[in-house]
Design a protein around this ligand. Structure first.
Ligand code: AMP
Length: 144
């Protein structure tokens, strides 16, 4: 799973995009999907993907498609800001397993940071219940 990893059309985010695996959705356009991270590092941790590009990492996407994706990242981050009022927002993106990437479909993390509350570790612990994630997603959705 290096930077040279070939895109696997059956990766978990590809399955989410196809609707084969469920997610707690925040917003969807023809090109992008934002959904809650099921192993959240903080309340409101969510992910944004391009639905139509088979990019394993940042090096696999052209500038126009990346612009579409980044516009979605900014829009969802604004919704996180307005809906959850965190003290900071971290945008993260990992390329290759040695860099911490665990799902090999290009995605951006939006991680709200709250003063005095430590972030959980990356992609660890047990999955959060939909019942926990959905009310937070609803707050973000309402702020978009
Ligand atoms: P990365 O390690 O940057 O590839 O990030 C992958 C992220 O996907 C991690 O933060 C995981 O918690 C998250 N994740 C893994 N499986 C799922 C899933 N089924 N639904 C939502 N998020 C997921």
């Amino acid at each position: 799973m290096s930077l040279k990893t070939v895109y696997d059309a059956d990766n978990i985010f590809a399955k989410i995009i196809k609707g084969v695996i469920p997610c707690v959705k925040i917003a969807e356009t023809g090109d992008t999907l934002a959904f809650m991270d099921v192993f959240p590092q903080s309340e409101g941790h969510c992910l944004v993907v391009h639905k139509n590009i088979q990019a394993t990492n940042l090096l696999d996407i052209n500038a126009d498609d990346l612009t579409v994706l980044m516009n979605a990242v900014q829009r969802i981050a604004a919704g996180v800001n307005d809906g959850l009022e965190p003290d900071g927002i971290r945008i993260a993106q990992f390329n290759g397993a040695p860099a911490g990437q665990t799902v090999f479909h290009l995605h951006f993390h939006i991680i709200p940071v709250y003063e005095g509350r430590a972030l959980a570790s990356h992609a660890s612990g047990g999955p959060a219940d939909t019942a926990i994630l959905e009310p937070t997603a609803a707050k973000i959705r309402a702020a978009l």
